[in-house]
Design a protein around this ligand. Sequence first.
Ligand SMILES: *Cc1c(COP(=O)(O)O)cnc(C)c1O
Length: 391
Amino acid sequence: MSALYGSYARSELAFERGEGVRLFTADGSDYLDFAGGIAVTALGHAHPHLVERLKTQGEKLWHVSNIFQIPQQEELGRRLAEATFADRVFFTNSGAEAMECAIKTARRYFHDKGEPGRYEVITFKGAFHGRTLGTIAAGGNPSYLEGFGPALPGFVQVEPGDLALVKNAISDKTCAILIEPVQGEGGVTAFPDEFLRGLRKLCDENGLLLILDEIQCGYGRTGKFFAHEWAGITPDLMAVAKGIGGGFPLGACLATEEVGKVMVPGTHGSTYGGNPLACSIGNAVLDVVLEPGFIPHVEEMGKYLAWQLQQLMQKYPDHITEIRGRGLIAGFRLSPEIATRDFVARLRQHHLLTVAAGENVVRLLPPLIVEKADIDEAIEKITQAFDELDA
Ligand SMILES: *Cc1c(COP(=O)(O)O)cnc(C)c1O
């Protein structure tokens, strides 16, 4: 029996090494990785630039405390600020910690303005913001909250898509609205640009902060550096993780100057967050992501994948009911009689790795370096799996 917590429903597969979009088991069989460690391995496995950086920095210095200057962290923070709406950055080791930092910053902002009673955050049904006590309260998924005592107060959930409902939920306790521009876990739901613009407007009209969770949909995945760029808006706070470290644990909370400056000495901290090794690798990831042509490639591959999925839906109208997502955070919704987890397991038998999401959606999160031939191969494997169902 395993000594590990049984909190994951793991498949029997174990991988020994990876290269690009492929993973290999010890016996040498290869799998096409359209799960990407759940949107983490944005540059694929063993990317030469990242491996080189891991080795060179690994021989010099891994960790020092944030009580010292960390030039690699300064550099990554400056580069992120230059490439986004943000002026200030706090580095973490994970997405949930980046979210916690964003929520704490929003509450502290109103505390410092003399409005400590404004601490409530409006969030959306189907959201996923992490697994800490704070972020399960923010996400509001009853099955993630069950059995863990009283949920942290200060979150109000509304149905996404309807601005009137959001407006109704705003009270004198509200400090922020928090949304994933594309819900990942919830079912790969890309919200219309109009809805995001409406949320920005509601925040402006009511003096609220807009917090975006771009942990899964950010860092190039939708075909823009960050998904909110499609809507032409900017947030006040944003949580980033997953792709930012390309597989090395790293996250970040980005803020405007006005909001970020409230986090003065003593308000927040992290032992590992932003250490020299993590930020060296973060800088190496950013070197590649910001290369001219990299993000346009994602957009092109995203369009190709969406088109291929549309063809697939036409071929199997009884099995696929909807195509979801934006860019390389994509999915197809299965008809109710097919269990998503079973279908994901069937795809694994065809050596294609995908992830189940909510609302019976099979999620595709290939590395952003994916090529057309890889997409064709994935579509071929999905086709084989559907044909088996029909046989
Ligand atoms: C993965 C994810 C998180 C949590 O990130 P962890 O690194 O697992 O803590 C939060 N929000 C979204 C949208 C995510 O996809």
